[in-house]
Design a binder for this molecule. Structure first.
Ligand code: SF4
Length: 483
């Protein structure tokens, strides 16, 4: 039974716990500089950027522009060069280039109020709250993704957006915690209560935490030693370009996700571009099938288990030059990793796609006659209306045409099972969101990434999930627990 949740006690325990963790970089800069300008700039730089990268970029920029006056002397290009490679460095360079004039028009000093700060270029509510609390020591609650996420895990608030969380906390969280809650929960969220598979096994407050909506990490090794027999954790992820992900710590992410087999689509590189770091992630063998065309398609599989054999493609040059299919044979199943073609703008490639789909189905049926088949990948089709947010407006668009959906009907009727729908028949579960119009934040998505198995292997499926909180691509990974 969980013990009563007392926010004073919890935050006191966590403050003690995170005292030895790495201090979030913006707090560090505040402590070192005591300067609202530097705190503001560091906060702008830190959005969607790792702390180490922010720290390096801030140090380079402050060496040239320690104050607003010297920042005004730098061109936008120079700023961009100095702050590279922080996330969205071009946009941020633009904001910073406009900052001196904007501050001058407000009287020349960095404002100390949230509402005024949000009028500055590149300053949203989160940044403004952080600057007010960290630089000016005034009561403000900076709600970033960690605070929003963890407060909801605790059930302390029930909110959908960071702004809702901020408003709820203003009415509920005692003011004595406002200044410190952000740095405590950012450090705790980075070190223990991680967004993906939090480390509940070593969490100091686990006896109090209701763990709402959480899948804790499995303690390394425990799954493989389980007396119950082995359950494999299979993940499938369209990474939309693995080289960008490599720069953001792909190997570390794989270690956190801890799959037995990880199937990737849209790797978008050539064989000779696969770095040693990508090829040799500790504990895994990797296999790559790249497209002939540069920066296009491509699939890869990381596996902890050595396969008996590997097949590249469908044995049809019309399809195989696009690097779409990689099949690993294990003792008691085949894993087919597939990046299905997109029907394309104006449905120009619909015929190609349907021909590919038919060939793929025939291939999968041939393998299923021998042993279990797991067919995962970006199928590039939302099967039913519940599989996308806006079915009506997409009726004639690639990925939701009648022809593509009919193929999916045929595929399932031919003896394959959509494993996610074995456990969940609700709408609102998506695996892809357009990069446009803030679609992911608004959850305007499509479910187009699937794990399917042949009907005879249905009993081997122990679980299926969509890991929507895993960031890094416009798709999120999907999971299959397979016995
Ligand atoms: S028990 Fe798990 S979910 Fe709860 S706070 Fe700790 S790490 Fe987070």
């Amino acid at each position: 039974m969980k013990m009563e949740f007392d926010i004073d006690l919890i935050l006191a325990m966590l403050a003690k716990e995170v005292a030895d963790y790495k201090v979030p970089v913006v707090d560090l800069i505040a402590v070192q500089s005591q300067d609202p300008y530097q705190v503001l700039v560091a906060t702008i730089l830190s959005a969607r950027t790792k702390d180490e990268t922010t720290a390096g970029a801030a140090a380079r920029l402050f060496a040239r522009a320690p104050d607003l006056l010297s920042l005004a002397a730098l061109s936008e290009e120079e700023i961009a060069r100095l702050i590279y490679p922080v996330g969205f460095y071009r946009s941020k360079a633009g904001y910073l280039a406009r900052l001196p004039a904007a501050v001058t028009s407000m009287g020349g000093a960095i404002p100390a109020e949230v509402d005024t700060l949000t009028k500055l270029p590149g300053v949203g509510r989160k940044t403004a709250n952080l600057v007010v609390s960290v630089a000016f020591h005034k009561p403000a609650i900076c709600v970033d993704t960690h605070v929003h996420r963890i407060m909801n895990i605790w059930g302390y608030v029930q909110t959908k957006t960071p702004l809702e969380t901020e408003m709820a906390l203003r009415g509920k969280l005692p003011q004595r915690h406002w200044l410190t809650v952000n740095s405590i929960l950012v450090a705790f969220g980075q070190g223990t209560c991680k967004p993906i598979f939090p480390h509940c096994d070593r969490c100091v407050i686990r006896q109090y935490c209701p763990q709402i909506g959480v899948t804790p990490r499995r303690v390394p090794g425990s799954r493989r030693n389980a007396a119950m027999g082995r359950t494999l954790k299979l993940l499938c992820w369209n990474v939309n370009g693995i080289r960008a992900m490599e720069k953001k710590g792909f190997a570390e992410l794989v270690r956190d996700l801890d799959p037995d087999i990880l199937a990737l689509q849209e790797t978008k590189l050539q064989e000779e571009q696969v770095s040693d770091e990508l090829k040799n992630i500790e504990g895994y063998q990797s296999f790559w099938h790249c497209a002939g065309r540069k920066g296009y398609a491509g699939v890869a599989v990381y596996s902890r288990i050595a396969p008996l054999s590997v097949r590249y493609g469908l044995n049809d040059p019309a399809f195989d030059n696009e690097g779409r299919v990689l099949t690993l044979e294990f003792a008691d199943f085949f894993l087919i990793n597939c990046y299905f073609p997109n029907a394309g703008e104006g449905l120009k490639r619909l015929d190609f796609k349907l021909a590919f789909n038919r060939a793929l189905l025939e291939f999968a049926q041939g393998l299923a006659a021998q042993k279990s088949v797991v067919l995962c990948g970006d199928y590039n089709v939302a099967h039913r209306e519940i599989d996308l947010k806006n079915p009506k407006s997409n009726e004639h668009n690639a990925g939701f045409t009648l022809q593509e959906r009919s193929w999916m009907d045929d595929f399932l009727a031919a003896g394959f099972v959509d494993t996610f729908r074995m456990f969940n028949n609700e709408p609102g579960h998506y695996s892809w969101w357009s990069y446009r119009l803030n679609a992911r934040a608004k959850d305007i998505g499509w479910r187009i990434d699937y794990f399917c198995v042949d009907e005879k292997s249905r009993h081997r499926v122990l679980g299926a999930a969509i890991l929507k909180d895993v960031m890094g691509s416009d798709h999120c990974p999907v999971q299959l627990d397979f016995k």
